[in-house]
Design a protein around this ligand. Structure first.
Ligand code: XMP
Length: 512
């Protein structure tokens, strides 16, 4: 197989590192994030077409400053340093970095002094986004200044003979409107990339890789009904269809009608599909439990048990498919370390070690929107690709307090009404995640001439890029009124509906 051309992004801890990777991929070139400390041996193995050094919060002259192996600058691979990355190049090549007289943050007007290569086609002026406290005070020998701003006399540099570039601003953020064109100049003109990475080439390459790796062995996959596990299964299914068995466990904690809807799609897929109705089993294990972490543990444990029983029936399985995505992979190697990860929610995480299975993670290089594109390529239907994320423990963490069949019978229709109205109004696709929560309190109300003392449903809807931070969604007032009316009228046992207006942080998306 032809070597996959890739741009390597070395992470120095910038909040924008992932954004650089995305922008490069949008240009049709595969990009990969690695820690700044990558060894020359690893580098030789990856054989990138070019390297981008990210920004970062440190000062290159600080005692603990993250600096790459000096060998990185001695080789021939084209290099672009962004912000802190520019300062790394400056410092390691013999220039000088110091504190800027004043911190520069926000929009700036860049005057381009040399239009060749990096700034090709971008005119004389460029609006850019700056965010730095340090700057290059002396340019290294053999480099020249190719752009400046009123506050930064050295805002971009290049080496006279070698493909080394540095820019003080951030081309990856939307506030640098023509930033993608600059990155395209680096990726295509400096690095000579072809730009043929897309959903269809990804599918083709991955299918071939899976086929080669799996050989004649059996493969198992736990389906959740969500986007990631479905697309992962569809990929593996395309590669080794008859060797793949997918198991879908109905924990009884799924949304109303969800199991039936999802099964109707899976039953027609070209892999072996098994449906396990384990609702009663999960409910009896959860009886009397109110602590959220306890609920998660019980569900995780039971899930593994059910899954193992099914796998044992099958026998002779060599691989397990998991829908791990790229953000899960990068967080664990970022310079900020694993502590920057807010929560890790892998409810099938214990499976591979326990069952001694080797893992196939066909999506571990993709961002969520790229997974959706691959899914479209694999003809996964839009009703699955457009779904909001749904937590592994399901409605268990949306019924605050004890989970009983009666309380499930209140939450499920309330949640269904909320979803129906969001879909009908077109709001569903604008929202990252929405759901109803059953609170463990009763409040007073009046219905007809009677006083009632019944349950409260909280509605939660957030917008987000990745679930790590989120804003509460501004759903139109008339729609909220309609949803509230319908829930109170149609769901027995509810006399009050409230809307959650907290953002994350400091709140979380789920209530438990
Ligand atoms: P929080 O509540 O931490 O949620 O803001 C962030 C995202 O993670 C989902 N979530 C879970 N997913 N198992 C999962 O598989 C869990 O235990 C779990 N808890 C939260 C949540 O729905 C949101 O998308």
């Amino acid at each position: 197989m032809e070597h996959l051309e890739r741009i390597l992004i070395l992470d120095f801890g910038s909040q924008y590192t992932q954004l650089i990777a995305r922008r490069v991929r949008e240009l049709g070139v595969f990009s990969e994030i690695r820690p700044y400390s990558i060894s020359p041996a690893e580098l030789a193995q990856i054989q990138p077409r070019g390297i981008i050094l990210s920004g970062g919060p440190a000062s290159v002259y600080g005692a603990e400053a993250p600096l790459p192996e000096p060998a990185l600058l001695a080789q021939d691979i084209p290099l672009l340093g962004i912000c802190y990355g520019l300062q790394v190049i400056g410092q390691l090549c013999g220039g000088e970095v110091g504190r800027a007289p004043q911190r520069e943050y926000g929009r700036a007007e860049l005057q381009i002094d040399e239009t060749a290569t990096l700034f090709d086609g971008l005119g004389d002026f460029l609006t850019v986004w700056m965010s730095h406290g340090d700057h290059l005070t002396r340019i290294p020998p053999d480099f020249r200044v190719i752009a400046h701003t009123a506050n930064a006399p050295i805002a971009a540099i290049r080496h006279r003979h070698r493909p080394l570039y540095g820019i003080q601003f951030h081309p990856e953020v939307v506030h640098t409107p023509r930033g993608s064109e600059l990155l395209a100049n680096f990726v295509f003109k400096v690095c000579g990339c072809r730009g043929d990475w897309n959903a269809s080439s990804f599918v083709e390459r991955t299918v071939a890789e899976i086929r080669e790796r799996v050989g004649g062995e059996q493969v198992l996959c736990a389906l959740s009904g969500g986007v990631d596990s479905t697309v992962a299964a569809a990929l593996v299914g395309r590669a080794v269809s008859r060797q793949l068995t997918c198991i879908f466990v109905d924990t009884g904690l799924l949304r109303e009608n969800e199991a039936a809807e999802v099964c109707s799609f899976y039953r027609n897929a070209d892999f072996e599909f098994r449906f396990v109705d384990a609702g009663e089993r999960f409910l009896s294990c959860l009886a009397g439990v109110t602590d959220p972490e306890q609920k998660r543990k019980i569900i995780g444990r039971e899930f593994i048990a059910v899954f193992e029983e099914e796998a044992a029936r099958l026998g002779g399985v060599g691989y397990l498919v998991q829908g791990t995505l790229y953000p899960d992979v990068i967080e664990s190697v970022s310079t900020r370390g694993p502590s920057a990860t807010i929560k890790s929610h892998h409810n099938v995480g214990g499976l591979p070690e326990k069952m001694r299975l080797r893992l196939i993670e066909p999506l571990r290089e993709l961002f969520k929107d790229e997974v959706r594109r691959a899914g479209r390529e694999l003809q996964v239907p839009p009703f699955i690709l457009g779904r909001h994320p749904f937590p592994g423990p399901g409605l268990a963490v949306r019924i605050l307090g004890e989970i009983t069949p009666e309380r499930l019978a209140i939450l499920k229709p309330a949640d269904r009404i909320f979803m129906e109205e969001l879909r009908r109004s077109g709001e569903y696709d604008r929202i990252w995640q929405a759901f109803a929560v059953l609170l463990p309190v009763q409040t007073v109300g009046v219905m007809g001439d009677e006083r009632t003392y019944e349950n409260v449903i909280a509605l939660r809807a957030v917008t987000s890029m990745d679930g790590m931070t989120a804003d509460w969604a501004e759903i139109p007032r008339s729609l909220l009124a309609l949803i509230s009316n319908r829930i109170i009228n149609e769901v027995k046992g509810v006399n009050r509906v409230v809307y959650d207006i907290s953002s994350k942080p400091p709140s979380t998306i789920e209530w438990e």
